[in-house]
Write a protein of this length. Structure first.
Length: 278
């Protein structure tokens, strides 16, 4: 008999703290893409995560299955059918006042949670790093770029040299390879960790480049090995990320930069006004 939908995911999450790092990568990818892996082969899944096929098999065995394919079969039996974002959209009702209010309630709950646990000292630390850095690298791959585009616009406005890094693969690496110890990498990761994000975090660690992460999961920070991070909770059950908590964190950092570097920022804005003919 198949388990109730979501039980296997719950089992995986409950074991997050005991998985070795490589298997934790598998666990995080599967829980983030729960409905989309039902028809992936072992080769496709291992390639998507960036681990060996043997690692995926070990992960499945650690949950009590004889291998990956019996594990995938259990997922299929649990789900009953593929539940891709497209299918979820097709099954959803047209938003009404009730569902829109529920969405707003989720957003407000996320903001309250963030407010209760935000570390203002970490906000100040990040603001100082950005003010003192030779260059700030803003890394956001795919949909993660939305938060970084927001930061890029305002850091540029206040005279902070920054390099947006929204590309993938070699284009991303060519930019990050320019970073050094006196620079700062500010990166977002929602909700699935991308291979380029693993590479960026590892490169920064090896080359002693400071990194600050904005994410929606403590597990993501652990996977990437990043100690300085903000957890911007996102409990939206829509097919898109709200990014609201992440944007608020960015705005708090910008406000702290305004406080700490007021005279420098005032000069930058005065130059901007002059250039605009104001």
């Amino acid at each position: 008999m198949a388990m109730p939908y979501g039980e296997i995911k719950k089992q995986i999450i409950e074991n997050f703290n005991i998985f070795p790092k490589k298997e934790l990568m598998v666990a995080k990818y599967i829980t983030d893409n729960y409905d989309n892996i039902l028809h992936m082969t072992l080769k496709e899944l291992s390639a998507a995560i960036g681990v060996s096929e043997a690692t995926v098999v070990r992960f499945a065995k650690s949950l009590g299955y004889t291998g990956f394919y019996p594990f995938r079969t259990a997922l299929k039996e649990e789900a009953g059918a593929v539940r891709s974002p497209y299918m979820l959209l097709k099954q959803a009702k047209t938003p009404d006042d009730v569902s829109l209010k529920a969405y707003l309630d989720n957003v407000m709950c996320d903001i309250r949670v963030m407010f209760d646990r935000i570390d203002l000292g970490q906000i100040e630390k990040t603001a100082r790093k950005m003010l003192e850095a030779d260059t700030v690298y803003l890394v956001g791959v795919g949909s993660d770029s939305a938060v970084m585009r927001h930061m890029s616009e305002y850091l540029t406005l206040i005279g902070i040299k920054c390099i947006p890094v929204y590309e993938e693969g070699m284009a991303l690496k060519e930019k990050i390879l320019l970073a050094g110890e006196k620079d700062h990498i500010f990166m977002s990761s929602f909700p699935t960790v991308q291979p380029d994000e693993y590479w960026t975090a590892e490169y920064a660690m090896k080359n002693r480049i400071p990194v600050t992460l904005v994410t929606d999961s403590d597990i993501t920070a652990r996977l990437l090995g990043i100690k300085d991070y903000f957890n911007a909770k996102d409990s939206s059950d829509s097919f898109f990320n709200s990014n609201i908590s992440a944007m608020l964190i960015c705005n708090m950092i910008l406000l702290k930069m305004q406080e700490l570097g007021y005279e420098r920022i005032e000069r930058a804005l005065r130059r901007y006004d002059k250039a605009m003919g104001r």
